[in-house]
Write a protein that binds this ligand. Structure first.
Ligand code: FE
Length: 340
């Protein structure tokens, strides 16, 4: 049943809609991720929904900024990589739980917070870069192997205090306990070719330069190095090996999203979270940084598939976030960054 509305009333309604602006349809994002990774997705979201996405890119200080802004913060969502950074925002009480059947369907349980404060969208594996010339196939198959004295003077890594290394050490603690993890870190330190310095790519450069034979790094840096005329030769000197934990899988970390506690545009923020979690959006997001989408049935791009298949460790990343203080303490105790 439809009620006929007199044309004059429609005209009045249209006029008032035109003269009284509707509240702006927008959603505000604080992001540690680079603009070029996010823009294709936020543009697609705006095209589909008409909701404007305002992104503030931060290189540090997200927790401090959200704390300073308090309930008046314009931020609705935070985007970041690494479980420790997601957990820092959650742990400071700056997020709210979000329940959504769409998010639950698109994000496997191990890549979302059991309390629904954050959702992972893509993963990256922390793997071994091995010299094509000096490391044979099958010489390294587990993370435990890296502490074996056969690697003495042959391994390069970045600082043991970097979030990527701390998460890996947390995974060692998760699998083997604190004492065994201390021994592992000590063994790894004893195998270092030089005191930790530089980022993950700098370790591959050191393999290319003959300073070490294997390094630990995140998978996507292979793709990044291949983009660069200078770094392609570093990438070409190594192959990717996916180690697994004895009795477990390959260590992965995530990029993810959380909703702020004070989100002023909650409905729009939820729409953007659900949009980003869709299999198609995850594949686009993953492709931009050579990562792995997490939704069931999704695939990384061909280059990334070519690096090989692996089974991700099935630990919930929140368990690793909780072990971070222990991992940091062990790293200091063995004086990892002093090298050997
Ligand atoms: Fe990185």
């Amino acid at each position: 049943m439809f009620t006929r509305i007199p044309p004059a009333l429609i005209a009045t309604a249209l006029l008032s809609a035109a003269t009284t602006p509707a509240p702006a349809q927008e959603v505000n994002v604080y992001s540690y991720r680079q603009p070029d990774l996010i823009a294709p997705l936020t543009d697609a979201f705006t095209a589909e929904t008409g909701i404007t996405v305002n992104v503030v890119h931060l290189s540090k200080g997200m927790v401090e900024r959200l704390q300073a802004e308090g309930a008046r913060s314009p931020a609705d969502l935070v985007f970041t990589v690494d479980i420790s950074r997601l957990n820092a925002v959650v742990g400071a009480g700056l997020t709210q739980p979000v329940s959504s059947a769409t998010l639950t369907a698109n994000v496997p349980a191990q890549y979302r917070d059991p309390d629904n404060h954050w959702y992972g969208l893509t993963t990256r594996a922390r793997i071994v870069y091995a010299s094509k010339d000096r490391v044979a196939d099958g010489e390294v198959t587990t993370y435990e192997d890296l502490a074996d004295p056969k690697w003495q003077g042959r391994i390069c890594t970045r600082s043991g205090l970097h979030a990527y290394m701390v998460a890996l050490t947390s995974a060692v603690i998760h699998h083997h306990g604190e004492d065994a993890a201390r021994d592992w870190l000590n063994g790894l330190r004893a195998n270092l070719a030089r005191a930790p310095e530089g980022n993950d790519r700098a370790q591959v450069k050191a393999i290319w330069a003959g300073e070490c034979d294997i390094s630990i790094g995140n998978t996507y840096y292979m793709g990044k190095m291949l983009e660069s005329d200078e770094q392609r030769q570093w990438a070409d000197s190594v192959r990717i090996v996916f180690p697994a934990f004895e009795g477990g899988g390959t260590h992965v970390n995530i990029s993810g999203v959380a909703m702020t506690a004070s989100a002023p545009n909650r409905d729009n923020a939820l729409k953007l979270m659900e949009f980003l979690s869709s299999p198609a959006a995850q594949e686009i997001y993953a492709e931009a940084n050579y990562e792995y989408p997490v939704a069931p049935g999704t695939e990384p791009v061909e280059l990334v598939r070519g690096w090989g298949a692996f089974t991700a460790d099935d630990v919930n990343l929140m368990a690793l976030a909780r072990l971070r203080p222990v991992a940091l303490r062990l790293t200091e105790e063995v004086d990892y960054n002093a090298g050997n």
